[in-house]
Design a binder for this molecule. Structure first.
Ligand SMILES: [Zn+2]
Length: 142
């Protein structure tokens, strides 16, 4: 039985990494929202609302910048904290960054609409803990 614990610095890194993922999701949803808004205005023939369009464009650019920044900060952080037991990078998204054949540990819970990885990102922010996707070891971050 191991007694895994992360250093204060590693905990902060996990928080920062998971937060940038969630920030990225927010930015992505914002982009979708703005795109729908502009599309809706266009369809309803109110494209003369130049001021609304100007604001929408700025919002879209802002969201794109946010998505970019959060993506970069995630990429700079994800590999830094490794599982004490199996060495898997705790923030690594196996869907995007591999290994694609990773079999998620059965003890990793999933929620509707989230991958096992996405669920852990939410858990970090919501419950201050993270579970290794590979071996299922749980780390408390509080
Ligand atoms: Zn592990």
């Amino acid at each position: 039985m191991t007694d895994p614990h992360l250093t204060k610095k590693e905990k902060n890194t996990v928080f920062a990494g998971a937060s940038s993922v969630i920030l990225g999701w927010t930015a992505f949803s914002l982009q979708g929202f703005v795109a729908l808004l502009v599309l809706g205005l266009g369809i309803s023939g109110q494209s003369s609302h130049v001021r609304v369009q100007g604001a929408a464009v700025r919002l879209f650019i802002g969201a794109t910048a946010l998505l970019f920044v959060s993506g970069i900060s995630y990429l700079l952080l994800f590999y830094r904290v490794k599982c004490r037991r199996c060495g898997f990078a705790l923030l690594r998204n196996p869907k995007g960054l591999g290994p694609t054949d990773l079999v998620t540990n059965p003890s990793s819970p999933k929620a509707r609409g989230f991958s096992a990885w996405g669920y852990q990102m939410v858990e970090v922010v919501r419950r201050h803990k993270i579970r290794c996707l590979k071996c299922g070891e749980e780390y408390k971050l509080a």
